[in-house]
Design a binder for this molecule. Structure first.
Ligand code: NAP
Length: 244
């Protein structure tokens, strides 16, 4: 049985990814930081559906905790085949009012975390000559969201990280890709003001927001045998918002 580590899997998009990978036969490490009850709910739901999952806690901005997480998951569930870097935070403020400490907080949660996890895991994957790494970026990486300079920059950073990791790891048979979701209905987007939502909906050719399951479906594909020759790509799941 292959093992998948999904970060930020207690709720939202990460929970759907954990569920869909478990349904595909992965033993899933449900990572969480502060949402312990929600993480346990994810694990219970997966186990009740006949899948295998366990919860693991770590603050991914801390290198020691990242390394301990990778070791703990590997010891308990076996070598990690698929890493899904989904954990992230949103921060909204005009660029000219964004404080350096807030910029750094967003970078640490969204970009440093993916770098640290990739660094910790890539050596193990190279040794085994197999693995998949999937970053959950955002349409903000492509468009540059209004009032979200740190968020947009962190998500663009993931695309650069994905391409370099893809080049460096390709000779070892490891595929690295990024997904850029548009607006997905989760806690993260629950408090977007109604007036902004109306404008955002108008810009989406398909005229609706997405669901966590629609992002999870692409992760399922990228983690599958069928996607073994796809690497260094950015795949948009956004109702046509960023079509090109
Ligand atoms: P969410 O419900 O807010 O979940 C984000 C998760 O990230 C939380 O479970 C949180 O864990 C985890 N996290 C944040 N900082 C962390 C840290 N320092 N260490 C460890 N875990 C941390 O968000 P979502 O909407 O499902 O989004 C998931 C991912 O998709 C994010 O990267 C987001 O940027 C991206 N995305 C979302 C949308 C959207 O419209 N929703 C669109 C494009 C991209 P705890 O709760 O356990 O603390």
């Amino acid at each position: 049985m292959k093992t998948a580590l999904v970060t930020g899997a207690a709720r939202g998009i990460g929970r759907s990814i954990a569920k869909i990978l478990a349904a595909d036969g992965f033993s899933v490490a449900v990572h969480y930081n502060s949402s312990v009850d929600a993480a346990n709910e994810t694990v219970t739901a997966i186990n009740a559906a006949g899948g295998m999952a366990s919860a693991f806690q770590a603050d991914l901005t801390d290198e020691n905790q990242v390394n301990a997480l990778v070791k703990d998951v590997t010891d308990k569930l076996g070598p990690i085949h698929t890493l899904v870097c989904n954990a992230g935070i949103m921060y909204s403020q005009l660029l000219s009012f964004t404080k350096l400490e807030d910029w750094r907080k967003v970078m640490a949660s969204n970009l440093d975390s993916a770098f640290l996890l990739t660094k910790a895991l890539s050596r193990l994957m190279v040794r085994r000559k197999e693995g998949r790494i999937i970053y959950i970026s955002s349409d903000a990486a492509l468009l540059g969201d209004l009032m979200r300079c740190a968020y947009s920059a962190s998500k663009s950073g993931l695309l650069g990280l994905a391409r370099t990791a893809a080049r460096e790891l390709a000779p070892s048979g490891i595929a690295v890709n990024a997904i850029t979701p548009g607006i997905i209905e989760t806690d993260m987007t629950a408090d977007i003001p109604e007036t902004r939502k109306v404008k955002q909906l108008a810009a989406i050719p398909m005229g609706r927001f997405g669901s966590p399951e629609e992002v999870a479906g692409i992760v399922r594909f990228l983690a599958s045998e069928d996607a073994g020759w796809i690497t260094g790509q950015t795949i948009s799941v956004d109702g046509g918002l960023c079509m090109r």
